[in-house]
Each structure stands twice: as structure tokens, then as C-alpha cells.
Design a protein around this ligand. Structure first.
Ligand code: URA
Length: 190
């Protein structure tokens, strides 16, 4: 599936019950040839209303964190979620919903061909690395999703509730930036 077909498939998807409660699906946004791909969990209320990922409070924190390492939304960055539709009351995604929806994310990754994926939070990590290991145990290492280097960090919404961990997330972004620099300088091998 190319971009237009994939966008239409997500917009019209009825594969799980979230299609009944959503205002609209939230496909993802950014540079379709970005080197950076950021993956979150699922749209919240503001994202469901506006059709764009990470535009609420967590998104503002994400933008500030990106700015702190010299990155700007839309500039060499693509942002997507594991689930394209909002779970009611922002509850956690269910396994069935992730199973139905994650092929959309997988296809986005194939089309974007990012140099580096930043997986933010438990559900992105579970979907991409197929592990239940804690974020704490996975941080600071270079993982791979189908050959693409992947770095793990906390979800911005978690950071809003756990402010002391913001420093750790900043370390993770600095680590990701170093991994990207190594990849670009040809020292990207594992
Ligand atoms: N949290 C996410 O994981 N994604 C969004 O788009 C917004 C909040």
C-alpha cells in the first residue's frame, strides 16, 4: 500500500470498536522521508478532535523536549502512534486493538524508512520490540526494529505525572541524538 491508500485505509478503518467512538482517526504527521520517527501510544481527546498526534499537553512537552536537542516537529521528523483511534477515556490500548492497528504503523515505517525510531512508552515498545521489559531496563541501549535502530524513552504523558523522570527522558533524547550522529557518520554498526 502506498501513502494515499494507507491514509484512506486508516481514515475508513472499522477493524476494532474504537472506530465507533472516535471523532476521526489520527494518521500521523510530518516529513514522509524523515530520518527521525517518533512513536507514541494513541490519540487523546485533543488529538481525536484535531486529527493530529501529540497536540495536547503531552505534545507541548514533547515539542519542548525536541527543541532542547535542536529538533522541530515537521522538520525531518515524523510522529505516529501505535493506535490511530482514541481509546475511550484515554484508557490503555487493548491487545486486540494493537493487533488490528499495528500493521498501519508497520507500513508507515516501511514507507518512511527512518534512520532512527524513538519509541515513547510501554505500548510503543511492546508493539515494536515485542517485549514486556520495563522502559527503565531498555533505556540507553540501541535496539532494532526490523533492522532500523530504535531508542526507548518514557512517554511524555508519563513525564507529566512523574516530573523527576524528565531528566532521564532528556538523557534519552541526547543518547538518541548521538546514535543519529553515529549513523550519519557511518559508525552506525551494532
Ligand atoms: N499520547 C500519545 O501517545 N499520542 C498522542 O498523539 C497524544 C498523546
Amino acid at each position: 500500500m502506498a501513502w494515499p491508500e494507507l491514509k484512506a485505509a486508516v481514515a475508513n478503518c472499522t477493524a476494532c470498536p474504537l472506530s465507533k467512538s472516535r471523532t476521526q482517526s489520527v494518521f500521523g504527521i510530518g516529513d514522509e522521508h524523515a530520518e527521525w520517527l517518533l512513536v507514541g501510544e494513541a490519540p487523546g481527546a485533543e488529538e481525536d478532535a484535531r486529527g493530529e498526534p501529540f497536540v495536547g499537553q503531552a505534545g507541548r512537552l514533547l515539542d519542548n523536549m525536541l527543541a532542547s536537542i535542536g529538533l522541530t516537529r515537521g522538520d525531518n521528523i515524523y510522529i505516529a502512534n501505535v493506535l490511530k483511534c482514541r481509546p475511550p477515556r484515554n484508557r490503555n490500548p487493548e491487545a486486540y486493538e494493537v493487533a488490528q492497528c499495528s500493521p498501519h504503523l508497520m507500513r508507515q515505517i516501511e514507507l518512511i524508512q527512518p534512520k532512527l525510531i524513538l519509541a515513547m512508552g510501554r505500548f510503543a515498545v511492546q508493539a515494536l520490540l515485542d517485549t514486556d521489559a520495563s522502559i527503565a531496563s531498555l533505556r540507553g541501549k540501541r535496539h532494532r526494529y526490523r533492522g532500523v535502530p530504535l531508542v526507548v524513552t518514557y512517554h511524555p504523558a508519563y513525564l507529566l505525572r512523574n516530573l523527576p523522570d524528565k531528566a532521564k527522558a532528556w538523557e534519552d533524547l541526547c543518547f538518541a541524538r548521538r546514535v543519529m550522529a553515529d549513523l550519519k557518520s557511518g559508525q552506525g554498526g551494532n
